[in-house]
Design a protein around this ligand. Structure first.
Ligand code: DOR
Length: 463
């Protein structure tokens, strides 16, 4: 078995309590042997290795975990018209080749291309949402998806099953069977379960099974027909708005449900001040609630849509700067414990439609880390260790997994970050098939340069 030494890096592991402040944050070497973390110790103390990787000037952190991605590949053999997913790229590359825009007929993403994008963004684990066509709403679909995901070998792809059959909101899906097949959580992401009785049944079953519900909180009645945030811009553009209150009302309902049933509820992509306040109150009252934010809701506002550019169309929509500040505050004080991507690829053809008809969603796996650095670390809202916690051990806890830390003996899922490297975001060079990145052309700082899953290097960037 290969012994790989990550030498001389700054090891940041918020969940391993070796420092005065509660986590490990020190310059040390990390030895990987047989796919596991064999030792962490002072420089030059860990003996010879087959391969030594110079990590000086870099951060060595637990592999990043993203609770929220859309991989688009359906949970069944591809239809004849759909090109098969490309073979998994096992080896990292040294520089990003420029790629063309995928053809209009190609799917917006596959499990393989999404896993490659995860690896390139520093994510070793991602949770695939079930709003595929057809949706992942049964045990067979979960099992099929997991088997396809394992073939990629590039990232650990976990599967979230639907809350309701067909994601139609009319009756609960068979959550127990999906759990037995390996589902890690349940979500009707893309919409809420509007019917209160059905939602109650889903909550009670989630509580019984001990798995969390990932809730897309949006009151369907209040949001009906909306295209962008309900604000001055919607009026100016003559577009129906999605009111912030639609999110707040649904968050309150989900939090109440968590408190009442004991079901763990994870609030997806928080975008409004009211939602942050409702989550803060629920947590203070002891409800089993967690929450995530997505990069775009921290640094973009509804004004980005003034030119009707569909790349900025997303659901929940970009909100006011007031809301963005409140979400930043929620991340800072831990009300929002996790940072996800809501990676939502769409074809160029779909995004060329007029604003009212184009699908909502933005890609995020390969731009999230530097955007989080820009939004949170550079202005001093979070220290690196706090950012790493929101991207590793906190999401692992939501999943109920003993992961997201650099424990000796644990599988070696490790990400090495160059915290200072400056680069320009170029979606044409992404591993994702999606090109709908709202940050194209941005000058940013910080990037994953090495991603290791189970001791195997799945991505390596030589700068
Ligand atoms: O913008 C979004 N896109 N929001 C969602 O909830 C779903 C996602 C998608 O699947 O494209």
């Amino acid at each position: 078995m290969t012994r790989t030494l990550l030498a001389g890096g700054r090891i940041i592991d918020p969940a391993s309590g070796t420092s005065r402040r509660g986590g490990r944050d020190e310059f040390a070497d990390l030895l990987i042997d047989g796919g596991r973390i064999a030792a962490i110790g002072p420089a030059d103390s860990l003996g010879p290795a087959d391969e030594t990787l110079d990590c000086r000037g870099r951060l060595v952190v637990p592999g990043l975990i993203d609770l929220h991605v859309h991989l688009r590949e359906p949970p069944a053999p591809a239809a004849p018209t759909m090109p098969a997913a490309p073979a998994a790229r096992r080896v990292s590359r040294t520089a990003a080749p420029t790629k063309g825009t995928p053809s209009a007929e190609a799917p917006a993403e596959t499990i393989a291309s999404g896993a490659a994008a995860a690896a390139a963004g520093g994510f070793t684990t991602v949770c695939a949402m079930p709003n595929t066509r057809p949706p992942i709403d049964a045990a067979e679909a979960v099992a099929y998806y997991l088997a396809r995901a394992r073939e990629t070998g590039l990232a650990r792809v976990l599967v979230v099953g639907c809350q309701t059959a067909g994601r139609a909101g009319r009756r609960p899906a068979d959550l127990a069977a999906m759990r037995a097949a390996g589902a890690v959580a349940f979500s009707d992401d893309g919409s809420d379960v509007a019917d209160p009785q059905v939602f109650e049944q889903v909550l009670r079953e989630g509580a019984r099974l001990g798995l969390p519900l990932f809730c897309h909180c949006e009151d369907a009645g209040m949001a009906a027909g909306g295209v962008i945030n309900d604000g001055p811009l919607a009026t100016a553009l003559g577009l129906p708005g999605i009111p912030p209150e639609a999110e707040e009302a649904a968050v309150r309902r989900a939090c109440d449900g968590a408190a009442r049933t004991g079901c763990r509820v994870h609030i997806c992509h928080v975008s409004t001040e009211g939602a942050v306040a409702a989550i803060r109150r629920a947590k203070a009252a002891g409800a089993p609630v967690t929450a995530e934010a997505a990069p775009h809701h921290l640094v973009l506002t509804e004004e980005a849509l003034a030119g009707r550019d569909t790349v900025f169309k997303v659901n929940p929509p970009l909100r006011s700067s007031h809301d963005a500040c409140a979400v930043l505050g929620g991340v800072r004080d831990g009300t929002i414990d996790c940072l996800a991507t809501d990676h939502a690829p769409h074809t160029a053809e779909a995004k060329r439609r007029p604003l009212a008809e184009a699908p909502p969603g933005m890609i995020g796996l390969e731009s999230a880390l530097p955007i989080y650095v820009k939004a949170l670390v550079e202005p001093g809202l979070l220290e690196w260790a706090e950012l790493v916690a929101r991207l590793t051990v906190n999401p692992a806890r939501v999943l109920g997994m003993d992961a997201g830390r650099l424990a000796v003996g644990a599988a070696a899922d490790v990400t090495v970050i160059d915290p200072l490297v400056r680069w320009t975001i170029d979606p044409q060079a992404f591993e994702s098939r999606g090109r709908n990145c709202p940050f194209a052309g941005r000058e940013v700082r910080g990037r994953a340069v090495l991603t290791i899953v189970g001791g195997r290097i799945v991505y390596r960037l030589t700068l």
